[in-house]
Design a protein around this ligand. Structure first.
Ligand code: KIV
Ligand code: NA
Length: 240
């Protein structure tokens, strides 16, 4: 799974054969320039889900329910429907036990739901930063409890974020649905997800320690703009 936030990136990634494209609320940071995902609105999610949807990807198109858009089952269903109307084929939300009833309501409405456990970016302000999860047996057991509740509620997969590798493996072995890891080490979960800009190197100002870039496009983009400036500014004097 890779994140995508716009039409061209969605097309290019889809051509590579990724299984799923996530329009993540990480777009708040890597596209919209906010400090974290707590500023993202449902209208912004809809705007970007629609752009990715116009790429008509073969990949499963998952849209994040942004912060505050799933306070109760009824509101969760209403807002999940809005993402689906924009082009999402599934939605993702953060949290475990507290979200089970909402997951069940969305699934009952016919919309597939992906869970998200471990580090929950929508709670980064309460947590005081991005911290590793599953460091103790108690923490791991709590994540597993949440994962089992999500599976029971009908979720089709669960993103595990920043869970220590041994705990991610332990949880993955005990959950009946696929886990999709980010920042959990390699091959510890059933699948992996990467943030697009981490993969292609277009957000050099913050690169998470676990990112494994396959390209470093930022310098090429700046170099292209610099070459353009140079070419335009070097028009021979007699042509002016
Ligand atoms: O918003 C996002 O990009 C995500 C991934 C990190 C899973 O939720
Ligand atoms: Na997200």
């Amino acid at each position: 799974m890779l994140t995508a936030y716009d039409y061209p990136t969605a097309r290019l990634f889809d051509d590579a054969g990724v299984d799923a494209l996530l329009v993540g609320d990480s777009l708040g940071m890597v596209v919209l320039g906010y400090p974290d995902t707590t500023h993202v609105t449902l209208d912004q999610m809809i705007h970007h889900v629609a752009a990715v949807g116009r790429a008509r990807p073969k990949a499963l198109l998952i849209g994040d329910l942004s912060i505050g858009t799933y306070p109760d089952p009824e509101t969760a269903v209403t807002n999940a429907r809005r993402l689906v109307e924009a082009g999402a084929e599934a939605v993702k939300l953060e949290g475990g036990l507290r979200q089970a009833a909402k997951v069940k309501a969305i699934v009952d409405a016919g919309i597939p739901v992906c869970g998200h456990l471990g580090m929950l970016p929508q709670r980064v302000l309460e947590e005081g930063g991005y911290k590793k999860k599953g460091k103790t047996p108690e923490q791991s057991a709590a994540i597993l409890e949440g994962a089992l509740a999500l599976a029971e509620a009908g979720a089709f997969a669960i993103v595990l974020e920043s869970v220590v590798p041994s705990a991610a493996e332990w949880i993955t072995a005990r959950v009946p649905i696929p886990t999709i890891g980010i920042g959990c080490g390699e091959h510890t979960c059933d699948g992996e997800v990467s943030v697009a800009t981490d993969l292609i190197g277009t957000f050099p100002w913050f690169v998470p320690p676990f990112a494994k870039p396959e390209a470093n496009l930022a310098p090429q983009i700046t170099a292209a703009a610099a070459a353009y400036c140079k070419r335009v500014q070097s028009v021979p004097i007699q042509h002016r």
